[in-house]
Ligand binder design. Structure first.
Ligand code: UDP
Ligand code: MG
Length: 331
């Protein structure tokens, strides 16, 4: 890695931009996506590849992608063996991207391709990461906004690497950032956290998040909840450690209460009320212990998944466009 980063990137048509698009059951969305995308790529300034990662779609997505590819030499398809989830699909895209800069974008046009030109321009100015930041979340319902807001607040409080507010996966990253991300050995890949963790010179570009133009969201609340757990457990051990302090607090209070009871018994003799308080204390402590055990379990389960060192994803095939001259140009 050069010590002094050359900030201005040359205007060279040999610069390759990789556009990474994870897709899962999106047969209606892929064709309109490419149609909208193409006019916004500054093709006179850069060469580009559109890397679709078919994340185990069970509908006609793969056929739709092949259809697209027959008329577009820029399209590459990474076909995964099953659905591994968006995080894994993005990792597959980053691993396979050949570009000097990489742009991650969803296929549903909620993130405007109009920003690709400005993102490349900021990158040329010397920024390593140009991330999209939503100015409003009006396209999301109240519950989604509320839970997402709560999650990011909590995450940033618990984790050392902070995720900027209202920032998703939509971003441009320099090759150096991609290589840094590839160094991350973990299986549970909470990409937003990893993006924040690697650092680099970053800048935001604001955008209005739109409605999905076709298909439907792949994330229900149960999936989002588990995603949130992955995120927090990947980037913080605070939930594990609070139990020590919780236990200390309860033990101290119990100790003082014990002294009080002994004292009172000595002074005013034995009395036998207290069934309710006894039961409340037992149940409360039982509950607290189970929660603590549950948190331990969350981490232990993840440690188990990590030590197995299974691959993050498996790809069955990389389908290149017929007369792909992208390789020839660059080799
Ligand atoms: N996606 C994926 N694998 C999955 C779920 C989603 O590759 O298991 C893709 C999906 O096709 C889309 C992007 O991830 O291109 C974002 O998904 P979606 O629009 O459903 O998420 P939302 O915008 O509702 O958060
Ligand atoms: Mg979407």
């Amino acid at each position: 890695m050069p010590a002094a980063h050359i900030s201005e990137k040359p205007r060279d048509s040999r610069i390759l931009i990789s556009i990474i698009v994870p897709v899962f059951n999106e047969d209606e969305a892929v064709a309109p996506f490419v149609e909208h995308l193409m006019p916004h790529i500054p093709a006179d300034e850069v060469d580009y590849e559109i890397v679709f990662i078919n994340d185990g779609s069970r509908d006609g997505t793969l056929a739709a992608l092949r259809q697209l590819q027959s008329g577009n030499r820029h399209v590459r398809i990474i076909d995964l063996t099953r659905n591994f989830g968006k995080e894994a699909a993005m990792s597959a895209g980053l691993d396979n991207a050949r570009g000097d800069a990489v742009i991650v974008i969803d296929v549903d046009l909620q993130e405007p391709p109009e920003l690709i030109g400005p993102m490349i321009a900021r990158w040329r100015e010397g920024f390593d990461v140009v991330y999209g930041q939503r100015v409003s979340r009006q396209s999301d319902g109240f519950l989604k906004r509320f839970t997402a807001g709560g999650f990011y607040k909590m995450f940033n409080r618990l984790s050392h690497s902070k995720i900027p507010a209202d920032v998703g996966d939509f971003r441009l990253m320099d090759r150096r950032v991609v290589e840094a991300l590839k160094l991350m050995p973990e299986r549970v890949r909470f990409m937003k956290g990893l993006f924040a963790w690697v650092g680099f010179k970053s800048v935001a570009i604001e955008f209005e998040r739109r409605q999905r133009h076709a298909g439907s969201t792949k994330f229900n609340y149960w999936r989002l909840w588990n995603f949130a757990l992955d995120g927090i457990t990947s980037f913080s051990t605070v939930p594990l450690r609070i139990w020590t302090y919780f236990g200390l607090a309860i033990a101290s209070v119990s100790f003082l209460y014990g002294i009080f009871i002994v004292g009172r018994t000595i002074v005013s003799g034995i009395d036998m009320p207290g069934y309710a308080s006894l039961l409340a204390a037992v149940l409360f402590l039982g509950g607290v212990q189970l929660i603590g055990l549950g948190v331990l379990g969350e981490y232990l389960g993840r440690v188990y998944m990590e030590v197995k060192r299974r691959p993050v994803y498996l790809q069955s095939e990389i389908i290149e466009a017929p007369q792909s001259d992208a390789d020839e140009q660059r080799s």
